[in-house]
Design a protein around this ligand. Structure first.
Ligand code: OGA
Ligand code: MN
Length: 281
């Protein structure tokens, strides 16, 4: 139903004739779900929506997570997480500030991890802060068969704590207890397309469960290098009015740093899977 334009040779598409309205038709939502599964990252340009509309639109794709970082949630709409370096009344209103953010899957550390995220621009710096995505289905498909065999059936440890230490601020005691390390299969099937993807990321994956630590580090280093090769990547340069909907079951992402003297505010909703598709993949 929608016309699309590819964002990179292999994945990602701009949806050309979409206007986010308060009540999109069910045909329109169905067709977005279809192209979302097909292209993995969807770009909607020139959107201008209220927080209520953003929440309502996101809810068509699943139930929404309330992030454990309650200090960074929208005061009016707790389903929205602020990603920002802006300070008001002496405190940061959002998470992830202006530094580099390493490769990660959003909410891979949940027992039933997120399947999507929707990120809407609010305030942008004049340059920097690009967000890059890696197509983890393509990265899996291209792996040598002997590596696929070795990884088959393996679990990896996912740590939000490790990510926070490298790229974010520490959680408080309560938040820490709500986001303990967790183990998930390294190869997961996509809940909709059934395609296999590598389910690990440099920012949060610390160990292949049951492997000797040297072997685990060697394999993870190999996979981190492999999955971030240019042929698997799309880099998004933001414009005001951009809204990106990405697949959290088969793409990971990172962000470039930007000038701390400039302000950036993005508003994110996080989409959880339907119960019957949540786990074990
Ligand atoms: C996120 C995220 C990157 C960015 O919102 O999950 O990683 O570009 N954001 O701000
Ligand atoms: Mn993220």
């Amino acid at each position: 139903m929608y016309e699309t334009r590819l964002l990179s040779p292999n994945f990602g598409a701009e949806v050309l004739d979409f206007r986010l309205t308060q009540r999109p038709s069910s045909e329109s939502i169905d067709s977005i779900k279809k192209i979302w599964a097909e292209y993995k990252v969807l770009l909607f340009r020139s959107q201008s929506v209220s927080e209520a509309d953003l929440v309502r639109f996101s809810q068509h794709f699943g139930s929404l997570e309330i992030h454990v970082r309650e200090e960074y949630l929208s005061p009016q709409h707790p389903e929205i997480l602020y990603v920002s370096n802006i300070e008001r009344n002496g405190r940061r209103i959002g998470i992830l500030s202006d530094n580099e953010v390493g490769w990660h899957y959003d909410q891979i550390y949940l027992p039933k991890p997120a399947v999507g995220s929707l990120l809407m621009t609010d305030t942008l710096p004049s340059d920097g802060g690009n967000t890059e995505f890696s197509d983890m289905c393509a990265a899996f498909d291209a792996l040598p068969q002997n590596i696929k065999n070795k990884l088959d059936g393996c679990l990896a440890n996912q740590s939000y704590e490790a990510f926070n230490q490298a790229y974010s601020v520490p959680t408080n005691k309560k938040q820490k207890s709500q986001s303990p390390d967790i183990q998930h299969p390294i190869i997961r099937r996509h809940p909709i397309t059934d395609r296999k993807a590598l389910y690990l990321c440099p920012g949060m994956t610390t160990q292949i469960v049951g492997w000797d630590s040297t072997e685990s580090s060697e394999m993870l280093d190999f996979l981190f290098e492999w999955t971030t090769r240019p042929e698997f990547i799309y880099s998004h340069e933001w414009q005001l009015g951009d809204m990106l909907l990405w697949d959290n079951a088969c793409t990971m992402h990172r962000r470039d740093p930007f000038d701390p003297l400039q302000e950036r505010l993005m508003k994110r909703t996080t989409i959880l899977p339907p119960e019957h598709l949540a786990a074990p993949y």
